[in-house]
Design a protein around this ligand. Structure first.
Ligand code: FVH
Length: 293
């Protein structure tokens, strides 16, 4: 199902991200057809060599590989539902952000209309697209990914996570959890240190060093999570809780927010109450794996 002759591509949706995607395909030499609901957004790309589709139907007819990047999944349906007969035989690569349920539902919808479907997640901002720094995750049938991997590689560092269409969205939100947790932790420390006259820029290199050290713990901690065995090799949860109390007390004394320190300690306290205090930090996976509802 590759457009072996031309490696052409159609891009639907030319917002900030869609324009960056189309530009990267053009730069890599792929004949690129573009369509956007607001047609004027095609102008600059057409000046750079893109082919403007006069309608979404023309865009779908232009080739096998169709990359869609619009605001949300509702927008995909608003744009494509009236024209589903033209999806037959296409490979729809959906780089719109969403969740795993939407990804799986959209895969079933596309398959029902004769299309192959890959869901994707862009872990980058528009200026990074087309560079190795742009990480783009895909999930769905491996053969569909492999058939167009060479063309998709124009966008950045592309990878295939597995056949389950929901995986790209799951990795996306898992990455967001990591990103916001690290940033919140840094902001907590910054807020405390500012009360002692230390500014954010002074603290940042130290925070960076700590973040790097903690990142190095992940492979061993992952082994503990996967094996379900959490021997206290370097520190027990009970020892960690004493330090959590210092964090909470310092935050209170400094007059800054105690929300994050309390959350950190509440989760660990629950595990200790469940008799896991002599085990190592990753034992908290059992707290994180429990539904909060
Ligand atoms: N921009 C970023 O940094 C992030 C990085 C991570 C992934 N996201 C996701 O990419 C999707 C698009 O984001 P965007 O930044 O390109 O968003 P906008 O610039 O706001 O463009 C939105 C496009 O969607 C079109 N659109 C909206 N509704 C409809 C509809 N009903 N029918 C057809 N097209 C629709 C809109 O068209 P128009 O307003 O220009 O006519 C734009 O082309 C998004 O999922 C991010 O989470 C980007």
């Amino acid at each position: 199902m590759t457009d072996r002759v031309s490696n052409s591509v159609t891009v639907l949706g030319l917002g900030l991200m869609g324009r960056a995607l189309a530009r990267a395909f053009l730069k890599a030499g792929h004949p690129t057809t573009v369509w956007n609901r607001t047609a004027s957004k095609t102008d600059a790309l057409v000046a750079d060599g893109a082919h403007r589709a006069e309608s979404i139907v023309d865009a779908l007819r232009a080739g096998t590989l169709v990359v869609v990047c619009v605001s949300d999944y509702a927008a995909i349906h608003q744009a494509l539902d009236p024209h589903v007969e033209h999806l037959d035989g296409r490979l729809l690569v959906n780089l719109t952000s969403g969740d795993s349920r939407l990804a799986r539902e959209t895969a079933a919808w596309a398959n029902n209309h004769g299309a192959h479907y890959l869901d994707g997640a862009i872990m980058a901002v528009p200026p990074a697209i087309g560079t190795a720094e742009a990480v783009i995750l895909h999930s769905g049938p491996q053969s569909d990914f492999e058939s167009h991997e060479a063309t998709l590689s124009a966008l950045g560092t592309v990878s295939h996570l597995g056949a389950d269409h929901g995986l790209a969205s799951l990795y996306d939100v898992a990455g967001l959890a990591m990103m916001w947790s690290v940033l919140n932790a840094w902001l907590q420390g910054t807020a405390m240190l500012r009360t002692a006259g230390v500014n954010a820029a002074t603290y940042a290199p130290f925070a960076q060093q700590i973040a790097n050290v903690v990142a190095e713990w992940l492979p061993r901690y992952a082994e503990q999570v996967d094996s379900g065995s959490f021997p206290a090799e370097v520190s027990s949860l009970e020892t960690d809780i004493a330090a959590m109390e210092h964090l909470l007390a310092e935050s209170q004394a400094a007059g800054v927010s105690t929300e994050l320190p309390r959350l950190i300690k509440t989760i660990a306290d629950r595990a200790v109450a469940a008799g896991r205090g002599r085990e190592q930090y990753p034992v908290l996976i059992e707290e994180f794996s429990r539904s909060s509802r």
